[in-house]
Design a protein around this ligand. Sequence first.
Ligand code: SF4
Length: 481
Amino acid sequence: MGQFIEGVDRRQSMLLPECLDDYVGEDSPLRAIDAFIDMLDLAGLGFQSSPAATGRPGYHPGLMLRIYLYGYLNQIQSSRRLERECGRNLELVWLTRRLKPDFKTIADFRKDNGLAIRKVCQQFVALCRDINLLDGNLVAIDGSRFKAVNSKAKNYTRGKLRQKLGEIDKAVERYLGELDRADEVFERTGTVLPEARMERTLRKLEHLRKEAARYRTIEKRMDDSGETQVSLSDPDARSMATTPRMPRVVGYNVQTAVEAENHLIVAHEVTMHGYDRDALSMMAVAARDAMATDRIEAIADKGYYKSEEILACEEAGIAVVVPKPQTSNAGARGRFDKADFAYEAENDVYICPAGERLIYRFTGPQDGKAIRVYWSSNCADCVIKDKCTSSKQRRIRRWEHEEVLERVQRRLDKDPTQLAVRSMTVEHPYGTIKSWMGATHFKMRRLKNVATEMALHVLAYNMTRVMKIIGVPALIAAMSA
Ligand code: SF4
């Protein structure tokens, strides 16, 4: 008997299972994929299936969806790899019933059915809601930057163009100086510098002129379009900061809302903005609609703190918890902060640390918002004025809807652990999806295609979680109910 476990002899005869179905276990995720696609009204979702130009019937959208869902569940996102797997992967052979679309057909399906694929992702969220897997009250919202098919070298901002053109000007000056010096040497001594060296300098000058012309064309493109960035490979990709400690990426900002019970992604959106502050109400409302509830609570980090967005959430029945970023430097200068002034709603006054009443004076506009201004007439005699203001009197400004922001702060003060719930809920789905995507995140270019890819990733993520939570047989039973 050998030391290691031996495999079977390849030439040995054996009894194979009698049909393809015997290869797939009852609790295989393949059966969940199959049951999910079967329950969908594909025509109603807007899938197209046009026959080939030769008149040959096209592949059924259900077949193509099965291939993609299997691919995204198994980290095979490329259409060429999916074509190969259709021919050699027994699980895909089972799913496709031995049909093998070529990579172009596979790729075109994803490209042409983006909207319908996004609806499929929503249908799975609706299924999760129907089987009570979504916590009806709490979602965490966050954004993360995903790399596009566009290198940093092929992304230009005005600053980068200015820097490049400045470098070219300096290099041109240096080479022209070399040519001038060569002329001077010739005039004074009659010595001609080696021809190869002169040719090399002229070639470099020509190259620099071409580069400068290329950068000016990009600059003109920015002028004409009014855009602040140009990406050459994927025109919709934008250079955006990740974290203060990490470098920028050229890509997209993917927003997600994740419910707190089972950590399922209930809503997602791909944006071209490098910041989160305009996305709070969009994501919170999308999450509320997906969860089909009237009132939810949404937690987000301080990058989402924007008064108008918080107000929009309140008006939509969504109670948000967002920490306020520290923007005032009064505290750092050793002076009282606005938080040191207590507001008395019943009298519409602020009470300052010296106990004086700051009364309402007037309302003025600031950044498009109506701001109410308060001050006391006793500041001149105040013994702690040096701790408060260097002006004639300390003025406190209050947004006309400030009570909304105060409610947000009270919610946070009541339970500061909610911020930890946010990071535990919403951050790990990004880690999982990015690890599935590999080093290059998106495979396609342009916002609409990238949004389709993200919908497939979110669908695969949610499906994986649900299969882990309730198991494949229970999921299939819920789909057939
Ligand atoms: S300076 Fe005016 S607002 Fe500030 S503590 Fe004194 S009285 Fe109050």
